[in-house]
Design a protein around this ligand. Sequence first.
Ligand SMILES: Nc1nc2c(c(=O)[nH]1)N[C@H]1C(S)=C(S)[C@@H](COP(=O)(O)OP(=O)(O)OC[C@H]3O[C@@H](n4cnc5c(=O)[nH]c(N)nc54)[C@H](O)[C@@H]3O)O[C@H]1N2
Ligand SMILES: Nc1nc2c(c(=O)[nH]1)N[C@H]1C(S)=C(S)[C@@H](COP(=O)(O)OP(=O)(O)OC[C@H]3O[C@@H](n4cnc5c(=O)[nH]c(N)nc54)[C@H](O)[C@@H]3O)O[C@H]1N2
Ligand code: SF4
Ligand SMILES: [Mo]
Length: 685
Amino acid sequence: MKSVCRMCHGGCGALIDLENGVPTAIHGDPDNPTSEGYFCIKGKASLDLLHSPDRLTTPLARTGPRGSGSFEPIGWDEALDRICHRLTETIARHGPESVALGQGTDRNYQEWVFRLANALGTPNVVGPAHVCFYPRVMASIMTYGAFTFCDYEGDPEVVLLWGSNKPDTHSDGVIGVKLLRAVERGSRVITVDPRRTRTAARSELHLPVRPGTDCALALGMIKLVVDEGWYDRDFVAEYTTGFDELAEHVREYDLERVAGITGLEPELIRRATRAYATASRACIEAGTGLSQNENSFDTHRAIALLCALCGNLDAPGGDVIWEPMPIEGRRAFPRSDLLPEEQARKRIGGDRHRILSMSGWVAPGDLHRAVVTGSPYPVTSLLLFGSNILASHENTELVRRSLEKLDLVVVCDMFLTPTARYADVVLPVSSWLERDQIVEFNSYIAARRKVATVEGCRSDEEIILALAERLGLARHFFPSVRAALDAKLSGIGLTWEQFTEIGYIRNEKRYRKYRDGGFRTRSGRVDLRHDGLKAMGYEPFPVHRPAPPPDPELPYLMTSAHPRRFYNTEFHQLPTTARRRPAARVTVHPDTAKREGLTDGDEVALFTRAGAREVRMTVRISDSVAPDVVLADAGWWYPGESSLDESLRSSVNHLTSNDRSDMQMGSATMRGLAVGIRRVGPGRG
Ligand SMILES: Nc1nc2c(c(=O)[nH]1)N[C@H]1C(S)=C(S)[C@@H](COP(=O)(O)OP(=O)(O)OC[C@H]3O[C@@H](n4cnc5c(=O)[nH]c(N)nc54)[C@H](O)[C@@H]3O)O[C@H]1N2
Ligand SMILES: Nc1nc2c(c(=O)[nH]1)N[C@H]1C(S)=C(S)[C@@H](COP(=O)(O)OP(=O)(O)OC[C@H]3O[C@@H](n4cnc5c(=O)[nH]c(N)nc54)[C@H](O)[C@@H]3O)O[C@H]1N2
Ligand code: SF4
Ligand SMILES: [Mo]
């Protein structure tokens, strides 16, 4: 049976062998036109996930204190009735905004979560959007009126991987395989990353930037492009606003100063800028390495400006504006029209992180503070659909206090995660092999097929339909998931049944669409200067905000990356992925190891301010990071530990906080955080 893998964001074609209706093996589908048979270690762990003995298979109701992990099994009807009874009570008392919904990393049911929120009338959906993809999405939308993706099939001369480790984090057919093919056909790669990744080591140029300083680098590159005349004069004249003022704005970002801020050689910055700006076709893959600090939105906006200036916007081999297929998908399915304007205005943090709020999300720090303080109004309930927030949201201590204060916590998950232990009701969900879904990417849509059943589990879509019905919202939904899939496809004249026979439809790509009708911005052009941002109280041009002065007690800049074998906080209980990585790792330079008396494999404590929790990790010594940088694994928890503290002992978000966050998006500083390091003893494994 053919399906589409969902062990990461990717969408590799999967072939599943079935014996008597039970999946027994899984491989990459060589006939899939995007992934061409590629299948990674996470994909291969899919059957571990399907058959994991740790899977939850019945709803659970809490019997002990929050966090204790004491539950009793209950039936589905009872669980759903209990939840809806409590929700109805809180909505009657405090209004629908007292109910927050939560979603983790983007999954193919995200639009269902937003539809439920909109139908309920709550503007509060919390998630990691602020530190993930949305700083880039919103910078792009604010600048071009649309979102772009790298056109690897258009044979870029230069690919700039900027805070993005795509070959490891998106090795799939949507990005990784296409990038690889482009490189095979001659694309040159430039990598901007504090760490010498496998890709950085093979790149034509590697810029080992100091964590958190990319905004200064981007502004310095813009200045070079302007000064050297490396920009596309015709495009700038005809399709942009504010060029002269931008040229004036970047004057203070001269090469020497930018080199000082970023720790890079001036000549290296110049070579990289020249290579990118003078290439006839070039694209920028701007990743999460840029989205987790107080400059996140302005960094992505500066990069968006650089792309436009150099004439690479919507150009072959450049950054191409996405035109979604006419299905009822990510854009239309959430039904934002159902949320009354006066409710939308109540979105928590909407007055602080306005650009994030425009995208419909609430930043975790804003939500948890509101829960704990009761201000600006009571938030009493949290329904989480696939998010282990005690490990993934910044500021773990605040998250824990919030989970303790809430009247109702519901967690839909496959496993009893640390977050699920805090729930009043846990609902067991199905894995991707147990679901019918439409998978929507920029380059194609495809059918994910239900090939297995784990008794007792339901999909998020089924749970949302059941909740909607009990809450009297059925009129905004569908009689079944199948009916919803049919409705989603009606725009292309197919039913789900017909679509599964085709399996895969490619999206047509068109270049330079702005030539008929301009850009979808207020001016119809690319707003280099953005007056809308100014009206909201922000700078009309990107500005680099420097880090606080160094603290001798906390001499290292900690950053992190998403690990190759795991997926955010997932797969730590699966034999295929967890076998060779029993503990979280922090990479330190040999000079650091010498100064701190560390040997490879030691257990160390990472710490920030006095009195705050420490994080325990295993040391790996390598000169792939600079002497003042340490790189810690993100997203760790230990499923086998019965104590919550032990289970979360390597979770880096004990160290992160909301002290320095991005003004527009609320992005927390997870990369470029000052820490100290101390040897604890020999390693645990
Ligand atoms: N310090 C630091 N923190 C980070 C990051 C970082 O780099 N550094 N990265 C950030 C980023 S980019 C992201 S996206 C977030 C990720 O944060 P989250 O999305 O919260 O990721 P996970 O914690 O892995 O949560 C996924 C949970 O959903 C469950 N799950 C999997 N599939 C399904 C499903 O189909 N339905 C349901 N209901 N549950 C499912 C999994 O078992 C898991 O417990 O973390 C952010 N936090
Ligand atoms: N295998 C695997 N794949 C994943 C995930 C996973 O957990 N595992 N998570 C998924 C999710 S939710 C996301 S958002 C994406 C993220 O995918 P990417 O965008 O590739 O993000 P990361 O791997 O988090 O970080 C990219 C690179 O940024 C570097 N970096 C760290 N700090 C800085 C900095 O200050 N500046 C610059 N320029 N670079 C920096 C890191 O060393 C890393 O190599 O991956 C997705 N794919
Ligand atoms: S890259 Fe992603 S989609 Fe492809 S096999 Fe691996 S986990 Fe699955
Ligand atoms: Mo993410």
